[in-house]
Design a protein around this ligand. Structure first.
Ligand code: RIB
Ligand code: CA
Length: 318
């Protein structure tokens, strides 16, 4: 007797690793991807929307709706695209066909609310970009958390340094105010932060192995992953890539491959060097007023990296 697939809605800024996470979800029968919402981040939101649609076309799923979201953070200007990481077009500057249909008529936050109202308690939000759309949905419908199965997000850094700044991870520092709102939501939240994503490495050899897989998703992966690997070589001397966004999918499919701790989280929304840092309330801060009343977040701290990279590559080949 197969279990009913878990409904997920991915909020994304594709983005090379976003593309891999979306393909991973689509190749996993345990999951039912009901929609994509797009947000600024790795590229301007319009580019992210076009890329999200292209990815679904390549995967043979043009039926899945794409709703465009925020073009900028809640309370600051957009820092601009990360072209040096993902390419000017967000997908390693690979030339791709135009999308087969227009985006959904609703904005992302409204789409999220509409989908959750239609399936109360069933949907897990999987944000893998800045958290602006999720924060806007919370402002639109404050009761949203009570009707979610949960949130599994890629972002933050609990006990390790940042990657966008010494203090902060890219998705969080792209909208700290939104992130602080989201980490205060009263629903189950899992943080797939740099603590595990930078410990999850897909090697150059594994990247090269995607070229031997004969399906449209793997063919695109083989085209875009080398660009992402080249950034990691230059930025940190890594002969491979950090598996950031796909970690959310691996956690949903194989939570037993991770270890975690439970702490409430606040985000530094100041304008100093610590802006965007995710701060867990560990024992010596547990009763500090700033964390008071906040639900504990499941913070992933350890991963069986070999197992989850093998699982993702196996799904890419399906
Ligand atoms: O820090 C990694 C995160 O920033 C990933 O989501 C990547 O796609 C970028 O958005
Ligand atoms: Ca992303």
């Amino acid at each position: 007797m197969t279990a009913t697939p878990r409904k997920i809605l991915i909020d994304t800024d594709p983005g090379i690793d976003d593309a891999m996470a979306i393909f991973y979800a689509l190749a996993s029968p345990e999951l039912d991807l009901i929609g994509l919402t797009t947000v600024f981040g790795n590229a301007h939101v319009e580019v992210c929307t076009t890329n999200a649609q292209r990815l679904l076309d390549i995967a043979g799923r043009p039926d899945i709706p794409v709703a465009e979201g925020a073009a900028r953070p809640l309370a600051m200007p957009y820092r601009g695209p990360a072209a040096f990481v993902h390419g000017a077009n967000g997908l390693a500057d690979v030339a791709l066909a135009a999308p087969s249909r227009p985006p959904h008529h609703l904005a992302a936050a409204q789409f999220i609310v509409e989908q959750v109202r239609a399936a109360p308690g069933e949907i897990t939000l999987v944000p893998i970009g800045p958290l602006t759309n999720i924060a806007l949905a919370l402002m639109l419908w404050p009761e949203l958390p009570q009707h979610l199965a949960g949130i599994v997000l890629m972002g933050g850094n609990a006990f390790v340094p940042g990657n966008a700044t010494p203090a902060a991870e890219a998705n969080i520092v792209n909208d700290p105010e939104a992130a602080d709102l989201v980490f205060g939501a009263d629903c189950p939240i899992v943080m797939c932060g740099l603590d595990v994503t930078e410990a999850t490495i897909m090697s150059s050899a594994q990247i090269e192995s995607t070229a031997a897989i004969d399906n449209p998703r793997a063919r695109l992966a083989a085209q875009i992953l080398p660009f992402y690997r080249d950034f990691h070589v230059v930025a940190g001397g890594l002969d491979g890539i950090h598996v950031h966004d796909s970690t959310c999918i691996s956690y949903l499919l194989a939570p037993e491959r991770y270890r975690s701790v439970q702490h409430p989280i606040r985000v530094d929304t100041g304008h100093g060097v610590g802006r965007g840092k995710t701060w867990p309330a560990t024992r010596h801060a547990l009763h500090h007023e700033a964390w008071a009343g906040r639900r504990e977040v499941t913070i992933l701290t350890e991963v069986d990296a070999d197992a989850v990279v093998a699982l993702e590559l196996a799904r890419l080949a399906r």
